[in-house]
Design a protein around this ligand. Structure first.
Ligand SMILES: [Zn+2]
Length: 86
C-alpha cells in the first residue's frame, strides 16, 4: 500500500479532461491522475517496459489522426467549392 507509481499515459492531454485515460499503459487503474504523458516522470516499471510499444502505437494514432484531419479538410474544401459555385 502507499505505492503510487506514476504510470505512463501516452494519450493524456492536460488541456482536455476527456482524453484522460482510466488506465495507465500497463493496464493499472489510475487513481487521482497518477499518470503522465512525460516519460521522464513515469516510475512504473511495467509502463517503462512498454515505452517502445507505446511509441509505435502513438505514432500510429497520430498518423490516423492526420489522415482524419486531411479528410476533413478535403471535405470542407469540397463543401466550400460547391457553395461558391451556386
Ligand atoms: Zn504502469
Amino acid at each position: 500500500m502507499g505505492n503510487l507509481a506514476t504510470h505512463y499515459d501516452p494519450f493524456s492531454n492536460p488541456n482536455d479532461d476527456e482524453t484522460f485515460s482510466d488506465y495507465g499503459y500497463c493496464g493499472t487503474y489510475i487513481i487521482d491522475g497518477n499518470s503522465t504523458g512525460d516519460k521522464d516522470l513515469v516510475c512504473c516499471k511495467k509502463c517503462i517496459k512498454k515505452f517502445k510499444q507505446a511509441d509505435a502505437e502513438l505514432q500510429q494514432a497520430r498518423n490516423s489522426q492526420l489522415k482524419d484531419m486531411q479528410g476533413f479538410v478535403d471535405f470542407m474544401e469540397k463543401e466550400l467549392t460547391i457553395k461558391e459555385e451556386k
